[in-house]
Design a protein around this ligand. Structure first.
Ligand code: PMM
Length: 393
């Protein structure tokens, strides 16, 4: 798991008796482990373990209670090789969780609740999610005041990231989150989701959590105005999550991993070319021995490749760091290696192999490869023959 790779599904594992939507379900360790394994089998790359409820109105709990809830579960998940994040506002819990094998910290207060959180994350040198937060769950839905929610959340997230950097956290370890449902009205949540690109332009990976939140209950209310129950909000959660991923957010935090994975697959199938940034490499040319005819195999010919890589360049555009994008020289080397490598009969097969190689670059989400064979054995006057192959993750 690298935080440079987008398209992450984070599965929620709340081990709290009173959590917002699944509280009490995973009270025993075995049930929690089974639920986590099922989420991973459905496509979750991260399991987010939380021991303190953050639902509106929730009271804080002591550190020792939180530790008793999360540590036994984290240990079991880590033994099974799962990538675990600890959802906590307590630096002490974050520390103990990472000592127990957790790989990431998720702080819904963005480091504002516990003054030791940012320095702890810096010392532990693990990725940290900094969520937009203006105050504790107990009172967060009182006195909500934004005049321009998108701009204000953006500015405050930037400030949170700057504080994290000042505390010594590596910039490559920072993930931001708009904090959907935290101190925001339903309309604020929708505004943030509609303008998610504006938050992405901060140049940090963005995690978004809409799953089962109350604004969806309100959206899906029945004709009498009765809100849809929490457990019955998964379809809307999955569709919104999939669309956010297609728009290039780094990750989504969800309860129903299977529904989200299915929604992404469906969306990618009908819309394989979402409006996204691209890097295009044209005319990578070399000599190869592919073809069905004997003379093609013996004498060889030139092949020329174009590749359009679908990739979000927002992060690299801000950081100016080659590590945040694709090194096109390396892509072109990989393409050349295929042209000059093991001969195959069909350029369809060559296109397929090159497309698969391009998708091995972690930031590449989709690729369109065009294989040109200008010297193909075609009678008469002709210019070129081209086979094009599209593939996505
Ligand atoms: N939401 C909840 C809890 N933790 N963490 C992040 N980073 N982002 C969120 O949106 C978020 C969170 C509340 O939902 P839950 O009670 O269902 O976990």
């Amino acid at each position: 798991m690298s935080i440079r790779n987008p398209g992450v599904i984070m599965g929620i594992l709340n081990v709290t008796p009173d959590s917002f939507s699944d509280g009490g379900r995973y009270a025993d360790v075995n049930a929690a482990v089974l639920a986590a394994e099922a989420m991973v089998s459905h496509g979750a790359q991260i399991i987010d373990v939380g021991g303190e409820s953050t639902r509106p109105g929730a009271d804080r709990i002591p550190v020792d209670v939180e530790l008793d809830r999360v540590l036994p579960v984290i240990k079991e998940l880590v033994i099974r090789g799962l990538y675990v994040s600890i959802d906590t506002m307590h630096a002490q819990v974050a520390h103990a969780a990472v000592d127990a094998g957790a790989s990431m910290i998720n702080d819904v207060s963005g480091g504002l609740s516990d003054p030791a959180m940012l320095s702890t994350a810096a010392e532990l040198n693990v990725p940290i999610i900094l969520m937009h937060w203006r105050g504790p769950s107990k009172t967060m839905q009182e006195n909500i005041a934004f005049s321009d929610v998108v701009q204000e959340v953006r500015t405050e997230l930037q400030l949170q990231a700057e504080r994290a950097l000042a505390a010594g956290i590596n910039k490559n370890n920072i993930i931001l989150d708009p904090g959907i449902g935290f101190g925001k009205t339903f309309e604020h949540n929708w505004e943030l989701l509609r303008h998610i690109d504006h938050l992405q332009s901060l140049g940090f990976p963005l995690l978004v959590g809409v799953s089962r939140k109350r604004f969806l209950g309100h959206l899906l209310a029945d004709s009498g105005g009765v809100e849809r129950s929490e457990q019955d909000r998964d379809i809307a959660s999955a569709v919104i999550g999939a669309q956010l991923l297609q728009r290039g957010v780094w990750g989504v935090r969800v309860h129903d991993v299977k529904a989200t994975s299915d929604a992404i697959k469906g969306l990618n199938a009908v819309n394989p070319n979402p409006a996204m940034d691209t890097i295009e490499i044209f005319g990578v040319r070399d000599y190869g021995y592919h073809g069905v005819l004997e003379h093609e195999r013996e004498n060889g010919q030139y092949f020329s490749i174009d590749a359009t890589l679908g990739i979000s360049i927002a992060h690299a555009a801000q950081t100016d760091d080659l590590a945040d994008t694709v090194n096109y020289a390396e892509v072109s080397d990989a393409i050349r290696a295929r042209i000059t490598g093991e001969p195959v009969d069909l350029i369809e097969k060559l296109a397929e192999s090159i497309a698969s190689d391009c998708l091995k670059f972690p930031q590449v989400v989709s690729v369109n490869v065009r294989v040109h064979k200008p010297d193909a054995p075609i009678e008469g006057d002709f210019g070129d023959v081209v086979v094009s192959r599209y593939k996505h993750r």
